[in-house]
Structure formats: structure tokens, C-alpha cells
Design a protein around this ligand. Structure first.
Ligand code: BGC
Length: 521
């Protein structure tokens, strides 16, 4: 809303010292490597589960059914719960891991969570590549999930804290960038391994997950801990030195003063997750940390990420054209993420959310309409090649819109709106809800498609209408606002101000982000 833009986003950047330097850029890139393991997972399983050799070895009944299937209804062709469980189970263990990681991240530092995530993921990749039975596959998947959970909980927190306010958006989006690169890398690997004649290509696909795992494991050993986290664990002198180092200047007093206050407030808080869930003052954080990840998943993005080759194939493209089309959408997914890196800190988070939402609705309605026109409710029919190409174009338009809006903003906004005392719990909530709905979409999309038919695309579009309205009315602009000053943004928001608590109340009750001395207007 115009008033909020004025209240928050259009204010002058605050007077913290420090600029982007080589140290901080390298640090952020290394930390964002964690996004690679998540992306690789998202991208790899769809291809692997479509490899005949993999199906014959682990899911022979699914394979037999697929070969014998004479079902002409394209909406119901690939509906198999057992197989989708292989893909989606990972996100259930990630959900549990996010919650455990929250405590480790808070008590022992962001780095330890990243290191643990990398190591467990590595073990999962090795077990999966060596799998001789379904049990090994499942154990491997569960370990991969634990790794993803730890990294997705800790890395966005780490990036938001280490970046200077002015560049926080761009640096945090490094995480999403790595997710998209991971997805593309997985698509490319599958494209190649599917053609390996021995039939063991899937082992390479699953085993190569060890590469991003090693990158984040080794990388995290060299990462500095964030000043916020060092302070939270009680070493003020070291925290200040670290802040000077990452900001590349000794002039960090204003920012350090804020960190000290935030940390003092954080120390008074025990059981942050319970407080997030129950205290009225944290209602905005609770709402955004649960609704943003939910909305992110009900855009239907992972339908494309998991099932694009299958979808394109059912629409009439050949096997190889389908895989190629998925590579094209994967490529534009990466390219479009660059747009958000450029725009987020210049024009704000709201503009990306709103434009992305509108573009996604248009693309979903067009794709749904074309499928309805050609396949109707019976699911039989054929798209002409030109129409199939048009579908690929609109799916790509949808992926690009997501890639510069709900993709990166879905990881950035929840971390930056939480005060220090809640940050770890808030991100656990965000990542946990995200994992849960990734699981739901992975597990139930194919049956939903079978039941709702083309209507499913309109259902996703309807969700995007609702969530775009939600952003328009309820999300204040957070661009350029120092992370420990975020409370001020909510105090000025037309709706959230009634949940805001003043400094005096903070002192009395012990908590919430402190109001600081930097002039915000
Ligand atoms: C989402 C994933 C999605 C990916 C696509 C991420 O932000 O959390 O679920 O697959 O973006 O690039």
C-alpha cells in the first residue's frame, strides 16, 4: 500500500557503516552452496523415477503397471502413490529436521547446523548411490531430508544476518539462486544418465548429490559465524571484531549497538517457538512464517519441478523433446532469479511479489484453458505441436515469474522480519511449513490431477489470486530496513500496528525487537 511504501521502503538507507567487500561476497556464496543440495534433490527424483531400470529394480509392480497400462485418460496415467512416496518422503524428514535444527542454530551457531546438514546429506547420497534394496533407498532419502532440513533452516538466517542491510535482499537470494542451479544441474545429469546403456545411470544421478554435499560441508568449516550468533552466545568482543571484519570498517558502532540490544532482548526469551505460536506481539511473524511458505507451494511450482517431463510427454511432446523442454524451463528458472537479485533491494519485495503473482495467474489460466480445450474432462485428445510449444512457453513464463517473486522472497522475507530472539524459530517454522507442503504437492499432485483434471490449474491460479491480494494488503515493504529495526515497520503498518509493542513494554516484558536510535525517515 502506498502508505507502507512511504513508511518503510522509500525511506533513506540507515547510517550503518560498511559496504559489500570480497570477504562478504565469498562468504555468502559459500553459505548459499547449501541451496544446491535442496535444488539437486528437487530436480533429481522426477527423472530418476522415470528411468525404467530404476523402476524394474526397486518398484517392479509400478513398472509392470506402467507397461501394461492402456489408460487413455491423460489425467490419470501416472497416478502411483508408492512411487511418489519415494520423492516426497524426503520432505517429511526435512520437516522434522528443521525443528531440531532450530535449537542447534540458536544455541551453537548457524555454522554447526550447516556443517551437520552437509555431513548427513553426504551420508544419504552415498547410501542411495550404493542402494541394493528399497530399505537402503529409503534410509538414504531420510538422511538427505535431514541434511536439507538443517541447511534450509540455518542458511537463510545466516545470509540475512551476515549481509549489510542495503544488500540483504541480493545476498539472501544467493540461496534461491543456488536452489535453481541445483535443479538445473540435476536436470542435466538426468538427461545424460538416462541414456547410459548399462541401466545404472540412476546410481550416478543419486550419487552425484555428494558433490554439493561436499561443497557445503567443506565450505562451512571455513565460514565465519555471524556477529549476531556470536553475541547471542555471549562473546561481545569477538562479535564486534567479526562485525568489523565483515563490514570492512571499524565504524560499526550504530549497528553493534542494535545487535547488543537485540541480543539482550533475545536472552530473556526461552522457548522461542512457543512464544512465536502464542504471543500476540509476534502475530505478524507467525502469520508470515506460516502463510508465505504455504502460499509458495500452492502456486504449483513443484508440479513443474517434479513432473514437467511427464506433463510435457502427456501433452504430446516426444520423450526427448519433453526432457529438453524441462531443461529450458530449468534454464530460465536460473536466469529469472538474477532479475530478483537486481530488483529486490532497488524496487522492493512487494513489487516483485505483485508482478510475479499477476504473471503467474495469466500463465496458469492460459495453460489450464489450453488443456481444457484439447483434453476436456475425458482426458483424451491431442495438442497440435504448435499448441504444445505454446504450453511450454507459458509454463516457462510461470516458472520465471515464480523465480523472481515467490521463490526468493519466500526465503528472504520470513527471515528478515523476525527479531533475533525469534529468528531461528521463525525460520524453522517457515522451512517446516515449506517442506510439509512440498511433501503434500509431491505426494498428491498426480491423484489431484486425476480427480480435478484441468481444473487443478485453475485451482492453483485461484490460490495465486488470494496470495497476491494478501501481499498487497498485509506485507509491509522491508527493503533497506536494518534487520534489527524491523519492529518499526510493523509499528507503522495500518493493520499490524495493533499488535506492535513499544520499547517500554519490551523492557517490562522482556522481548521483541528493540526500537533503535537510527533515524528511519
Ligand atoms: C521452493 C522450491 C521450488 C524452487 C524452484 C524454491 O524457493 O522452495 O519448492 O522447487 O524454489 O526454483
Amino acid at each position: 500500500m502506498a502508505r507502507d511504501e512511504e513508511a518503510a521502503g522509500d525511506r533513506k538507507p540507515p547510517s550503518y557503516g560498511g559496504e559489500v567487500n570480497a570477504f562478504i561476497v565469498t562468504t555468502c556464496i559459500v553459505a548459499a552452496f547449501g541451496g544446491l543440495i535442496f535444488g539437486y534433490d528437487l530436480g533429481i527424483s522426477g527423472g530418476v523415477t522415470s528411468m525404467d531400470s530404476f523402476l524394474m529394480k526397486f518398484f517392479p509392480s509400478v513398472y509392470r503397471k506402467e507397461v501394461a497400462d492402456q489408460n487413455q485418460n491423460m489425467y490419470c496415467k501416472f497416478d502411483s502413490h508408492l512411487l511418489t512416496l519415494f520423492t516426497s518422503s524426503l520432505y517429511l524428514s526435512a520437516l522434522v529436521a528443521c525443528m531440531c535444527a532450530s535449537t542447534i542454530t540458536r544455541k551453537y551457531g548457524r555454522k554447526l547446523s550447516m556443517l551437520s546438514g552437509g555431513l548427513v546429506f553426504l551420508a544419504g547420497a552415498i547410501i542411495n548411490a550404493a542402494a541394493v534394496n528399497v530399505a537402503m533407498l529409503i534410509v538414504g532419502r531420510l538422511l538427505l531430508g535431514v541434511g536439507v532440513g538443517f541447511c534450509n533452516q540455518s542458511i537463510p538466517v545466516y545470509l540475512s544476518e551476515i549481509a549489510p542491510a542495503k544488500w540483504r535482499g541480493a545476498m539472501n537470494i544467493g540461496f534461491q539462486m543456488m536452489i535453481t542451479i541445483g535443479i538445473l544441474a540435476a536436470n542435466l545429469v538426468n538427461y545424460w544418465t538416462a541414456k547410459i546403456p548399462s541401466g545404472n545411470g540412476w546410481r550416478i544421478s543419486l550419487g552425484l548429490a555428494a558433490v554439493p554435499a561436499l561443497m557445503i560441508t567443506v565450505g562451512s568449516l571455513f565460514l565465519p559465524d555471524t556477529p549476531n550468533s556470536i553475541l547471542e552466545r555471549g562473546d561481545a568482543a569477538k562479535a564486534k571484531q567479526m562485525l568489523q571484519k565483515i563490514r570492512g570498517t571499524d565504524d560499526v558502532d550504530a549497528e553493534f549497538e542494535d545487535l547488543v540490544r537485540a541480543s539482550a532482548a533475545a536472552k530473556k526469551i526461552d522457548r522461542p517457538m512457543r512464544r512465536l505460536l502464542t504471543e500476540r506481539r509476534y502475530r505478524p511473524q507467525l502469520v508470515f512464517c506460516t502463510l508465505i511458505p504455504f502460499f509458495q507451494q500452492v502456486t504449483g511450482i513443484n508440479v513443474v519441478m517434479f513432473y514437467a517431463p511427464v506433463l510435457f510427454k502427456t501433452l504430446g511432446l516426444g520423450q526427448s523433446a519433453s526432457l529438453m523442454s524441462s531443461l529450458i524451463t530449468g534454464f530460465f528458472n536460473v536466469v529469472a532469479t538474477f532479475v530478483s537479485i537486481y530488483v529486490a533491494d532497488r524496487f522492493g519485495r512487494r513489487s516483485l511479489f505483485l508482478e510475479g503473482g499477476i504473471q503467474m495467474i495469466i500463465c496458469q489460466v492460459v495453460v489450464g484453458g489450453m488443456i481444457a480445450g484439447s483434453f476436456g474432462t475425458s482426458g483424451t485428445g491431442q495438442l497440435s505441436t504448435a499448441a504444445a510449444v505454446l504450453v511450454v512457453v507459458f509454463v516457462t513464463g510461470f516458472v520465471m515469474a515464480f523465480a523472481w517473486s515467490w521463490g526468493p522472497m519466500g526465503w528472504l522475507v520470513p527471515t528478515e522480519i523476525c527479531p533475533l530472539e525469534l529468528r531461528s524459530a521463525g525460520q524453522a517454522m517457515n522451512a517446516g511449513v515449506n517442506m510439509f507442503f512440498t511433501f503434500v504437492i509431491g505426494q498428491f499432485f498426480l491423484s489431484l490431477l486425476c480427480n480435478l483434471k484441468f481444473g487443478l490449474f485453475f485451482l492453483f491460479a485461484a490460490f495465486v489470486v488470494v496470495m497476491t491480494g494478501f501481499i498487497y494488503f498485509f506485507l509491509p515493504e522491508t527493503r533497506n530496513v536494518p534487520i534489527e529495526d524491523m519492529g518499526e515497520v510493523f509499528r507503522r503498518h495500518w493493520f499490524w500496528q495493533k499488535y506492535a509493542v513499544d520499547d517500554d513494554d519490551d523492557n517490562n516484558k522482556g522481548g521483541s525487537a528493540p526500537r533503535r536510535s537510527v533515524e528511519l525517515k
